[in-house]
Design a protein around this ligand. Structure first.
Ligand SMILES: Cc1cc2nc3c(=O)[nH]c(=O)nc-3n(C[C@H](O)[C@H](O)[C@H](O)COP(=O)(O)OP(=O)(O)OC[C@H]3O[C@@H](n4cnc5c(N)ncnc54)[C@H](O)[C@@H]3O)c2cc1C
Length: 510
C-alpha cells in the first residue's frame, strides 16, 4: 500500500488513463482524473447517427486476459462488469469480385479455408506461420509486453540471454512483409497478414517482422462486447469510481506545474490550479514535447519518432444490399498494397485506392442480417497530417467514392444514406487528441529499434508519468491498458523508494 496522503492527477480518461487511475486508487492513492472531452474513453468513443450510438473507435477486442487481470485486481471480475463472447470468425476478407476468405479462431478451420481459397501448400504455410507467430509471442510476452520498456542496451543483454534461438524467434531484423514471403506465395495472403501492421498504425513494408505477433494475438481470441466497445470504457470508469477515483470531464489541462524539479500539479483552462504528488499524462506524449502543457513539460521526453497512421471513418446507419455476405468484421483489399503505403507514408496523401474495413455492429460473427437498417463503421487509413492541412471536401468525397466503389465491386452496396454519416478525418482526430496530427497509435513501429525508443512510463521530470497507447508497450486497447498498469507500478516503486529513503537513518549521514 502506498502512502494514503499521496494524491495523483491523471490527465485524460482514455483506456490507459482509466487503468492507471484504478490501479493507483486500489493501492490507496487519492486520484483525480481530468478529461477535456465531455465523456470518458478517449479514442474509444461513440457517435450518434439517426439517434443510434455507433462505436467510432476500436471495434476489435483482443487479449481478454488483460481486462481480466485489471478487473480482478480491482476486486471485481470481467464477467461481473462486461459480457464478452468469443467470435468464431475473426474476419472476412474480400478482393474485388473474387472469392472471400474467412479466418477462424480454430486453426484447422482456417487451414481448410486457406487451402480451398489458395491451395493446399498455402494452407500448410499458414500452419507454419501460426507456429512461428506463437514463438514470437512466447518470446515477447513477459519480457516486453508485461515489463517496463527495456532500453536498447538492456534489450541487447536480454536478447543475448535468449541465445541464438531466442533472437531468431523475435525476428526483428527483417520486415514483416519479407517474413510473410517465407510462408505464403499467394499475394492476397501476404496482403491479408501484412495488414496486421496497420493495427499499430504502421506499414508492413517498414515494420519489423516481430509484429507478426499480432496475428497470434487475434488467433488467441477476438471478442464481441455486448452493447458495443464503449461499454469497456464505461466499465473501467465505473470500477475506478467505485475505488474512490474522482473523474472530472470537460476539464482541459493547459499546464503542468513543476515545483523545484518535480511535477507538482496542473493548471486547468478555467484557471483552477490543482496540486498533487504526482501527475500521469494519458494524452499523446508528443503534446508534452510540443509545449502544449507549458514550457517545462517540453523536457519530459525526447523528440517523438515518425507518426503512425491516422484514418478517415464513416459512421452510418443503412440497409446493406448486394450479394456480399456481411459478417461483423470485413476487410476489402486494394489492388496494389505497395502503392497504398507509398501514398500513406511517402507521399503523405490519402490512398487513391484504399483498403477498407467495415464493421457491421448489429451482426455477430454469423451471417444473419438483423431486421431493418444497421449500424456501420467504415475505415480507411490516412496519413497523420491533420495538424498541417485539413483535407478538402473534394478529397474526402474522392476517398469516399473510391472506398464505396471497392465495396460495390465485392457485392456490398449501400443505398444513399437516410441520415448524413458522421465522418471523422485526421484534422478532427488531431483536434480531439492534441499533438497527434490525427495519428491513432502514437509513433509508427518502423525499424527494429522502434520498441526501444517509444516513451516509457517514467519521464525525465520526476513525478510525471505516462500511460496510454502512444507509450510502451504500444497501441490498441489491451496494450494501452497494460501501459496504465506499468505506469501505476512505476509510481508505486518510486513512492516506496522515496518513503524508504525518508525513513532510513544511517550512521554517517545519507
Ligand atoms: C478509429 C479507431 C479504430 C481503432 N481500432 C482499434 C481496434 O479495433 N482494437 C484496438 O485494440 N484498438 C483500436 N484502436 C486504438 C485504441 O482505440 C487506442 O490505442 C486506445 O483506445 C488508446 O487509449 P489511450 O490510453 O492512449 O488514450 P486515448 O484514447 O488517446 O485518450 C487520451 C485522453 O486524454 C485526453 N486528453 C488529452 N490531452 C488532455 C488535456 N490536456 N487535458 C485533459 N484531457 C486530455 C483526451 O481527450 C483523451 O480522452 C482504434 C482507434 C481508433 C481511433
Amino acid at each position: 500500500m502506498a502512502d494514503r496522503t499521496s494524491r495523483a492527477l491523471v490527465i485524460g480518461a482514455g483506456v490507459g488513463g482509466l487503468v492507471s487511475a484504478l490501479e493507483l486508487a486500489r493501492r490507496g492513492i487519492e486520484v483525480v482524473v481530468l478529461e477535456r472531452a465531455p465523456k470518458v474513453g478517449g479514442k474509444m468513443r461513440q457517435v450518434d447517427v439517426a439517434g443510434r450510438a455507433i462505436d467510432a473507435g476500436p471495434t476489435v477486442m483482443t487479449m481478454r486476459w488483460v481486462l481480466e487481470e485489471v478487473f480482478s485486481s480491482a476486486g471485481t471480475s470481467l464477467d461481473a462488469e462486461l459480457a464478452l463472447r468469443r467470435a468464431e470468425v475473426l474476419a472476412r476478407h474480400a478482393w474485388g469480385e473474387g472469392p472471400t476468405l474467412d479466418l477462424y479462431a480454430d486453426l484447422d478451420r482456417s487451414v481448410e479455408a486457406i487451402s480451398t481459397f489458395a491451395g493446399r501448400a498455402e494452407g500448410e504455410g499458414y500452419r507454419r506461420f501460426c507456429a512461428y507467430t506463437q514463438r514470437i509471442y512466447d518470446a515477447v510476452h513477459k519480457p516486453f509486453l508485461c515489463s517496463e520498456r527495456p532500453s536498447l542496451g538492456s534489450a541487447m543483454v536480454a536478447v543475448g540471454a535468449l541465445g541464438l534461438q531466442g533472437m531468431l524467434s523475435i525476428d526483428g531484423h527483417r520486415t514483416l512483409w519479407k517474413a510473410l514471403g517465407e510462408f505464403f506465395r499467394d499475394a492476397r495472403l501476404r496482403q491479408l497478414f501484412g495488414r496486421y501492421a496497420t493495427y499499430c498504425g504502421s506499414s508492413p513494408f517498414l515494420a519489423p517482422a516481430t509484429l507478426n505477433v499480432i496475428a497470434q494475438v487475434e488467433r488467441d481470441g477476438v471478442y464481441l462486447v455486448e452493447g458495443g466497445m464503449y461499454r469497456v470504457a464505461e466499465a473501467l470508469a465505473r470500477v475506478a469510481e467505485r475505488l474512490g477515483v474522482t473523474i472530472r470531464c470537460g476539464e482541459h489541462v493547459t499546464e503542468l506545474v513543476v515545483s523545484g524539479d518535480r511535477a507538482a500539479g496542473v493548471r486547468l483552462a478555467s484557471g483552477e490550479r490543482l496540486s498533487a504528488d504526482l501527475v500521469v499524462h494519458n494524452g499523446d506524449p508528443a503534446a508534452l514535447f510540443e509545449g502544449m502543457l507549458g514550457a517545462t513539460g517540453r523536457r519530459a521526453i525526447p523528440a517523438p519518432a515518425e507518426r503512425s497512421l491516422s484514418a478517415v471513418t464513416w459512421a452510418f446507419v443503412a440497409e446493406a444490399r448486394g450479394a456480399y455476405p456481411l459478417t461483423r468484421h470485413n476487410v476489402f483489399f486494394s489492388k496494389d498494397y505497395h502503392e497504398e503505403f507509398r501514398d500513406l507514408f511517402e507521399r503523405g496523401v490519402l490512398p487513391r485506392e484504399p483498403t477498407v474495413y467495415v464493421c457491421a455492429q448489429d451482426r455477430d460473427d454469423g451471417d444473419r442480417a438483423p431486421p431493418g437498417p444497421e449500424r456501420f463503421l467504415c475505415l480507411v487509413n490516412a496519413p497523420a497530417r491533420g495538424d498541417q492541412r485539413a483535407l478538402t471536401t473534394s478529397e474526402i468525397k474522392q476517398c469516399e467514392t473510391a472506398a464505396f466503389s471497392l465495396l460495390e465491386r465485392a457485392g456490398l452496396v449501400f443505398p444513399p444514406f437516410a441520415a448524413p454519416p458522421v465522418v471523422t478525418t485526421p484534422s478532427e482526430f488531431n483536434r480531439m487528441f492534441p499533438a497527434t496530427g490525427g495519428a491513432l497509435y502514437g509513433p509508427a513501429s518502423h525499424g527494429w529499434k522502434s520498441p526501444f525508443v517509444r516513451a516509457s512510463s517514467r519521464t525525465k521530470i520526476p513525478g510525471l508519468y505516462l500511460a496510454g497507447g502512444a507509450a510502451h508497450p504500444g497501441a490498441g486497447v489491451p496494450m494501452a491498458a497494460l501501459s496504465g498498469r506499468l505506469c501505476a507500478k512505476a509510481v508505486i516503486e518510486d513512492l516506496a523508494s522515496t518513503s524508504r529513503s525518508r525513513e532510513t537513518v544511517m550512521r554517517g549521514g545519507i
